[in-house]
Write a protein that binds this ligand. Structure first.
Ligand code: MF3
Ligand code: CO
Length: 296
């Protein structure tokens, strides 16, 4: 993996470290100057190693191809009566067949290749031979791939058969929240601007947003800085700059935002009140004018 010359001094007329092919002075130099000025007035700003090079972004896109294909397969085949273990088998086998490694497998001791979280499970559910999908269930399938050292991460919700109107609305609003947030992702906006859009939309629908868990930088590692909160105030949090890669993955709850971790397995997160939770996750890269979706 090529480091992006984080500590190297670049002359104004040298080619930019981001491999755009432009001279530094016409590319990231003015951006970094503006970031430094913002840092001086107390804003949180990305370090250069949070800004990915062209080559790194290409690598993440290649990884994302697998992640998208795996979730497309799940979307086609998920149905009543299968177990979450079956989903894990699909994810495991397709990922390896396509030349990738499932990022969750053995990650900090996580035992399976994918996270499957049903109903009041918020995230990090562990696939099991005993958990069968029933009509009316809503389930999040969270896939992450390593390919050639590059990481991609996204998740989708699936409704098994037909569910209640309220659970369906939760699923739909959670997805809308991601795209309302995405609209705010552009250089010089902040994570707080995105969070505000997400939280406002959830609140307007009388849902809550989980506070203790959020998104993250992603690309050269599974979980990189910054931590991406969806509940901080507008105008606060890290400033977006071109090349930042991170996930948008708010967990939206029907009841309380409060959650707890399963004491037995140390992973599965549940809502405190047992009401359902929904989450969609995309990974994006900040561009000059907005953001591109890398995986969904
Ligand atoms: N994919 C999850 C995320 O969005 C992380 C899962 S970590 C695991 O951050 F170990 F549980 F897989
Ligand atoms: Co993630």
């Amino acid at each position: 993996m090529v480091a992006n010359l984080s500590n190297q001094k670049i002359k104004r007329t040298d080619l930019c470290w981001c491999q755009s092919g432009l001279p530094y002075i016409e590319c990231h130099q003015p951006i970094e100057k503006r970031l430094k000025a913002l840092a001086r007035i107390g804003m949180e700003t990305p370090s250069r190693n949070m800004l990915k090079t062209k080559e790194q972004i290409e690598g993440i896109r290649k990884s994302a191809e697998i992640n998208i294909a795996v979730l497309d397969y799940v979307a086609k085949n998920i149905r009543e009566g299968i177990s979450t273990w079956d989903i894990d088998t699909w994810v495991h086998d397709i990922t390896f067949d396509m030349g990738g490694i499932p990022a969750p497998l053995n990650y900090e001791g996580f035992p399976k290749s994918v996270c499957t979280s049903i109903n009041d499970q918020v995230c990090h559910g562990i696939p099991s031979k005993n958990d069968f999908l029933r009509p009316g269930d809503i389930i999040n399938v969270d896939c992450s791939t390593i390919r050639n050292g590059y990481f991609s991460d996204s998740s989708r919700m699936f409704v098994i058969g037909e569910t209640t109107p309220e659970k369906q609305r939760l699923v739909d609003v959670a997805r809308e929240c991601v795209y309302k947030g995405l609209e705010q992702v552009k250089p010089w906006n902040t994570i707080g601007d995105m969070a505000h859009a997400i939280k406002s939309h959830a609140r307007a629908n009388s849902f809550s947003v989980v506070r203790d868990i959020g998104g993250h930088g992603c690309g050269l590692e599974f979980h990189e800085d910054p931590f991406v909160s969806y509940v901080i105030r507008k105008g606060t949090g890290m400033v977006f700059a071109p090349g930042m890669c991170f996930t948008i993955e708010p967990m939206v709850n029907m009841g309380t935002y409060r959650v707890y971790v399963d004491a037995d397995n140390g992973w599965t997160v549940y809502t405190d009140d047992g009401k359902p939770s929904a989450q969609w996750e995309i990974q994006v890269v900040v561009t000059e004018t907005g953001a591109d979706i890398l995986t969904y």
